[in-house]
Design a protein. Structure first.
Length: 178
């Protein structure tokens, strides 16, 4: 079994750089994928995740750059998007991290899914999706913010956020099983 391959990328937080950044990151990941993986199928999933991570960084972090730590192994891909920007605060909630573990906050929903932020600890949130049993038609004009987080949550096997208070470091972690 091959050893995991890791690399850190320092990327500009700008709209103009998204395409080239995604291409660079995707190229690195695809070259590391084991032979047993359907590269075409996994590439689409990873590309969508990368676009959303970088877009959210541009929209919300308020920094000029962002770090992506990527590790590819025989069994999984782990992506950490890190920045020292604005702390993640969904909607008008000052911080979900003040709530007890298990607290759930609805962040967004579409016609098929509801996505929640679930407090794991005083520094970590896990994003989870649930299929909706509701037959109410989707009102596209009323889509909630955080639709990109829903996309990442659905495309990954695990998606979390952690805030390091001492460092002021935001880390969004994506885990994909191969």
């Amino acid at each position: 079994m091959a050893e995991p391959v890791s690399k850190q990328f320092l990327l500009p937080n700008s709209r103009q750089s998204i395409k080239s950044s995604v291409e660079e990151l995707l190229d690195f990941i695809v070259k590391q994928l084991p032979d047993h993986v359907n590269k075409e199928a996994i590439s689409f999933k990873i590309e969508v995740i990368l676009i959303e991570l970088l877009t959210n960084g541009i929209k919300h972090a308020g920094t000029k750059e962002t770090f992506l730590d990527i590790t590819v192994s025989e069994k999984n891909i782990h992506i950490d998007k890190k920045d020292f920007g604005n702390r993640y605060q969904p909607g008008n909630i000052t911080s979900l991290l003040i709530y007890d573990p298990g607290y759930r906050e609805l962040l967004t929903k579409d016609g098929l899914h509801s996505m929640y932020a679930v407090v794991e600890s005083d520094t970590q949130i896990k994003f989870v999706c649930e299929e909706m049993d509701d037959d109410t038609p989707l009102d596209v004009g009323n889509l909630m913010e955080h639709f990109g987080l829903l996309i990442i949550t659905k495309a990954s096997d695990s998606f979390t956020y952690e805030y390091d208070i001492a460092k002021g470091l935001n880390t969004f972690s994506v885990f994909i099983e191969l």
